[in-house]
Design a protein around this ligand. Structure first.
Ligand SMILES: Nc1ncnc2c1ncn2[C@@H]1O[C@H](COP(=O)(O)OP(=O)(O)OP(=O)(O)O)[C@@H](O)[C@H]1O
Ligand SMILES: [Mg+2]
Length: 356
């Protein structure tokens, strides 16, 4: 297994997002030059507390969910790309002389890492990539170093391997989101060029914010907010188990009061959180506006949520669908794709690592 955030693609592989609420898988193939085909995807729920703060705490439960997701995916491919949560990865940009040999660069990366990583280096996996020439000095290059604790990587690899899969790539979730965003950018005016775009991924427990300018990430942040709050309120109000509440949320069948007394207030809180994220961003950076919002994560599947967020923030808002211009394989249920798509952006970005 390679710990490589940066290496270019390897042969076909499945994108596997192991997140708080579910294991989500996406399988892509090429459909001509620069375009993809969605061969299949699957979502398998992870029991509560098996993933806590992005860490695997119930290995068997997680690997059972991986097994089920793979079965539902209906593929023969066993190679996968996984992602670490960005909170588990330390990244830093440094400058180095441009002419260094690979081996000298490696030892300099280690020396740099030694200074800012708060763990013994033998407990850490390190990867690096030359980003490009240094802004003010032609003799230097800018290098991005990424490091993560080995145990965090090993836990995720174990969950996949115990389910009979093979891990070929270990990425970072925010990088995967950015990769998938490249497909969504095409749906924005001028393909996102010169635009400031805020991707807001609202999952089960966390709101993950990633702002890109000119299609390059310039800011990330997390706020504790997610669809779990809505699930809990449904459980409390209507006396349901968590599983029943999750099903009711997606399929309906709740009493009439649900819409006005539970769902609407949740949508308002969500919009307020997005507005707060926007305000944090504009007040803590040189940017004073955002041109577009892209809503992702399971909560973006709530009907008309983009309308409420747009009203609240006064920023043009769309729901993420990285599959919008893809052809669909026979295993994909057409009507369901647009509903599930926003929750699949990380898995989609990971799957893109396996397609040239
Ligand atoms: N169709 C839907 N309507 C309403 N809510 C939905 C729908 N589909 C999923 N959700 C909710 O979205 C949440 C899961 O979203 P997602 O899969 O993005 O979370 P996650 O990635 O597991 O969590 P996190 O990012 O916090 O680790 C759950 O709270 C779920 O109930
Ligand atoms: Mg998520």
């Amino acid at each position: 297994m390679k710990f490589d955030f940066f290496n270019e693609s390897t042969p076909p592989l499945i994108g596997v997002d192991i997140s708080t609420s579910a294991v989500k898988m996406v399988e892509l193939s090429t459909a001509g030059k620069g375009s993809y085909r969605l061969e299949g995807y699957s979502i398998a729920a992870i029991p509560k507390d098996a993933i806590v703060d992005g860490n695997v705490s119930g290995l068997e439960q997680v690997s059972d969910a991986v097994k089920l997701a793979w079965k539902l995916l209906g593929t023969r491919e066993k190679r996968t790309a996984l992602a670490l949560p960005s909170a588990a990865v330390i990244t830093k940009k440094v400058l180095m002389s441009a002419g260094l040999r690979e081996i000298d660069m490696e030892s300099q990366v280690e020396a740099e890492a030694n200074q800012y990583i708060p763990f013994p280096l033998e407990e850490v996996n390190i990867d690096f990539q030359i980003i490009g020439p240094a802004p003010n000095n032609v003799d230097e290059v800018e290098v991005l170093i990424a490091a993560a604790r080995k145990e965090k990587i090993e836990d995720r690899v174990a969950a996949a391997e115990d389910a009979g899969l093979k891990v070929t790539v270990m990425d970072v979730d925010t990088y995967a989101t950015e990769a998938a965003y490249s497909l969504i950018a095409n749906q924005l005016p001028n393909a996102g060029k010169d635009q400031t775009v805020m991707i807001v991924d609202v999952g089960a427990v966390m709101m993950h914010i990633n702002v890109l300018h000119n299609n390059v990430s310039i800011y990330t942040r997390e706020q504790a907010f997610g669809g779990g709050q809505l699930t809990q309120e449904i459980q409390r109000r209507f006396g349901l188990s968590m599983e029943e509440a999750e099903i009711a949320k997606r399929k309906g069948g709740l009493p009439d009061s649900y819409e006005s007394e539970v769902l609407q207030p949740f949508m308002q809180s969500l919009s307020t959180e997005v507005a707060r994220a926007l305000q944090f961003f504009t007040s803590s950076t040189q940017y004073n506006r955002v041109d577009h919002m892209v809503l992702a994560g399971g909560c973006a599947a709530i009907p008309a949520i983009e309308v409420m967020v747009q009203d609240r923030t006064q920023v043009n808002t769309i729901v993420a669908n990285p599959f919008q211009s893809m052809s669909l394989g026979s295993r994909v249920k057409q009507q369901q794709v647009a509903i599930d798509a926003p929750a699949l952006i990380i898995a989609c970005g990971l799957a893109m690592r396996g397609v040239d």
